[in-house]
Design a protein. Structure first.
Length: 62
């Protein structure tokens, strides 16, 4: 399922408000939940960081 882009706030990274964001998952703390969303530039940065992490840790070819 692909989540829709909505107008909202991005709490981390750039901290922008009233921009298009996409839901990444819930933030859970002390049995409470809040939405965790990212704007497109920050999502691109997160994806690049995740890809670099995965590439550094992928198994060696036989």
């Amino acid at each position: 399922m692909e989540w829709p882009w909505i107008t909202g706030d991005y709490w981390l990274g750039c901290g922008r408000t009233g921009v298009l964001v996409i839901w990444l998952g819930p933030v859970e703390w002390d049995e409470q939940h809040a939405p965790f969303c990212a704007c497109e530039p920050c999502l691109d940065r997160l994806k690049a960081q995740a890809l670099a992490y995965f590439m550094e840790r992928r198994p060696a070819s036989p």
